[in-house]
Design a protein around this ligand. Structure first.
Ligand code: ADP
Ligand code: MG
Length: 238
């Protein structure tokens, strides 16, 4: 297991500065939610932690080791995306094992990890189905399965529920919280949904225009927002 530390993390796209020196220590096993309006830099932060985006300044450390020069596949992180496109011609089993196959894992190890992840996600009866024969919630669970089979120390979720309808969002968010309790892995979860942030997080990080406005436990932010922006986003209704 690994914590994640960000030190003065910066990102610019050309002349556009999108992350302005973010510092944060996420403890091993913590569930941290990044929340903020569209365009505030949530996905950019996750992609820099994952190693999918070049860092313009500062450092990302995972498990106490600086990761700036470490390629994505060696960081011990796995990311679940909002757009969780599965390969339509592959079965659930093949979709979940595909990444490991590319990484050169033996067939036997892939089968074991896929079976284990399917059991955790209650997907065992669906392993030989194609994605089109699954519900939206089941498809999203397959996408989460692709992350689980990599046995990462750190899970990164980028708005994983935004393509699901309201009822499924509630169910899937409960399942992700249960997954966290079961695996004990560090999880960083991005959303623009206040309810998700308040119900799922050990700590919430409120982002605005590439700046961390406030970090705290859900009740702290709810009761004692640092400013009007945080209050408007997460605080108690006035
Ligand atoms: P969020 O996930 O919070 O909606 P993003 O991290 O996707 O925000 O984007 C933050 C800012 O960076 C936005 O202004 C966005 O337009 C800009 N941005 C993101 N990716 C790129 C890119 N590849 N090139 C240029 N600008 C980008
Ligand atoms: Mg985003």
């Amino acid at each position: 297991m690994s914590g994640v530390s960000l030190r003065d993390l910066r990102k610019s796209y050309g002349a556009l500065d999108v992350i302005h020196g973010a510092s944060l220590d996420i403890k091993e096993g913590e569930f941290v939610v990044f929340v903020g309006p569209s365009g505030c830099g949530k996905s950019t932060m996750l992609r820099m932690i994952a190693g999918l985006e070049e860092i313009s300044g500062g450092t990302v450390s995972i498990g106490g080791k600086e990761m700036n020069a470490v390629p994505a596949r060696d960081r011990g992180v796995a990311m679940v995306f909002q757009n969780y496109a599965l390969y339509p011609h592959m079965s659930v089993r093949e979709n979940m094992g595909f990444g490991l196959k590319n990484m050169g894992f033996a067939k036997k190890d892939i089968a074991e990890r896929v079976n284990n992840a399917a059991e955790i996600l209650q997907l065992t009866p669906y392993l030989d189905r194609k994605p089109k024969a699954l519900s939206g919630g089941q498809r999203q669970r397959v996408a989460i399965g692709r992350a689980i089979v990599r046995e990462p120390d750190v899970f990164l979720f980028d708005e994983p529920l935004s393509n699901l309808d309201a009822a499924l969002r509630v169910q899937t968010r409960t399942e992700i919280s249960q997954l966290h309790a079961r695996l004990g892995a560090t999880m960083i979860y991005v959303t623009h949904d206040q309810t998700e942030a308040l119900t799922m997080a050990d700590r919430i990080v409120v982002l605005r225009d590439g700046v961390i406005e406030q970090v705290g436990a859900p009740l702290d932010l709810y009761d004692r927002p640092a400013n009007l922006f945080v209050a408007g986003f997460i605080g108690a209704p006035k």
